[in-house]
Design a protein around this ligand. Structure first.
Ligand code: 6PG
Length: 241
C-alpha cells in the first residue's frame, strides 16, 4: 500500500493526473473504472486541462465503479459529472465510454453491466480484471456504492450489485468487492476533513474498522495507492509527500 498526502485538492489532482498518465503510457488498451461523487471533479478538470493532448484517449476505455440509478441528464449522475468535467473537454471516442444505464431497472442493469465487463475485460479466475479502479470514500466509510449497512454486498457473487443509499434510499449499481480487489491497481482519491476519522480507522485499523467497506479494499496484486490531502490525513501521523 502506498500513501501519498498533498497539501490540498489541487495538488492531489495534479499528482493523480501524472500518475494516470504514466500508468496508461504505452498501453494498447486500458480499462479504468471511475469513481463518482464530488472529489473527482477537480481531478477531471486537471486531466482535461493539462493532459488532453498528452494522453492517447483512444486507448482508454471508461467504466464506473458505481452509478446512481438516475437518467444521464440528472445532476446526481456520475456519468453526467464526468462528461461535464472531462469527456466534453477531451477527444475520447464515444465507443470507449461504457456508462451504467442508470435510467433502467437497477437489477437488469447490474446484470447487463456485469455481462459487459465479462465481454470487454480479461478475466482472472472468472473475475473481470480492470487495469485500474478509482475509488472514493464516504465519511461513513463506504466505497463505490457498498455502504456499511449492506457490507455483505462486498462478497456478492454477481460482479455488479444493486445497493441502496442509507439516507436517500436512492438505488445504485456498484461493482462488488471481488471485481474491485481483482484490479491490477486500485487508487483511492480522498480529500477533506470530513473523511479524516474514517481514513484513520481504515488505515490504522482502529476499533470498528471492519464495519467500513473501504477497509475491505485489498487488491490481490497489492497495488493500492491512497491520494489524500492534508485535511483527510489530519488524524494519521504521516508527513505530506
Ligand atoms: C458515488 C461514489 C462514492 C463516492 C463517495 C465519496 O457515486 O457517490 O462513487 O463512492 O466516491 O461517496 O463522495 P465525495 O467525493 O462526494 O465525498
Amino acid at each position: 500500500m502506498d500513501l501519498k498526502i498533498y497539501k490540498d485538492k489541487q495538488e492531489v489532482a495534479n499528482a493523480f493526473s501524472s500518475y494516470f498518465e504514466s500508468l496508461v503510457k504505452g498501453k494498447d488498451i486500458f480499462h479504468v473504472a471511475l469513481s463518482g461523487g464530488s472529489t473527482p471533479k477537480v481531478i477531471f478538470d486537471i486531466l482535461a486541462e493539462n493532459y488532453s493532448t498528452k494522453i492517447d484517449w483512444n486507448k482508454i476505455h471508461f467504466y464506473w465503479g458505481d452509478e446512481r440509478c438516475v437518467p444521464p441528464t440528472d445532476d446526481q449522475s456520475n456519468y453526467k459529472m464526468t462528461v461535464e468535467h472531462l469527456f466534453s473537454k477531451i477527444d475520447v471516442p464515444t465507443g470507449n465510454i461504457h456508462r451504467v444505464l442508470g435510467e433502467n431497472d437497477p437489477s437488469a442493469e447490474a446484470m447487463r453491466y456485469a455481462n459487459l465487463l465479462e465481454i470487454n475485460l480479461d478475466r482472472v479466475d472468472d473475475i473481470p480484471q480492470f487495469d485500474l479502479v478509482v475509488l472514493g470514500m464516504g465519511d461513513d466509510g463506504h466505497t463505490a456504492s457498498i455502504f456499511p449497512h449492506e457490507i455483505n454486498l462486498w462478497d456478492a457473487e454477481d460482479h455488479c450489485v444493486v445497493a441502496t443509499h442509507p439516507e436517500s434510499g436512492q438505488k445504485r449499481v456498484s461493482l462488488n468487492g471481488k471485481v474491485i480487489n481483482r484490479a491490477k491497481e486500485v487508487a483511492f482519491l480522498v480529500t477533506g476533513a470530513g473523511k479524516a476519522e474514517k481514513v484513520l480507522s481504515v488505515l490504522e485499523k482502529t476499533e470498528g474498522f471492519e464495519a467500513y467497506p473501504a477497509s475491505l479494499v485489498q487488491p490481490e496484486t497489492g497495488k493500492l495507492i491512497w491520494f489524500l490531502d492534508t485535511d483527510a490525513a489530519s488524524m494519521i501521523n504521516q508527513d505530506p509527500a
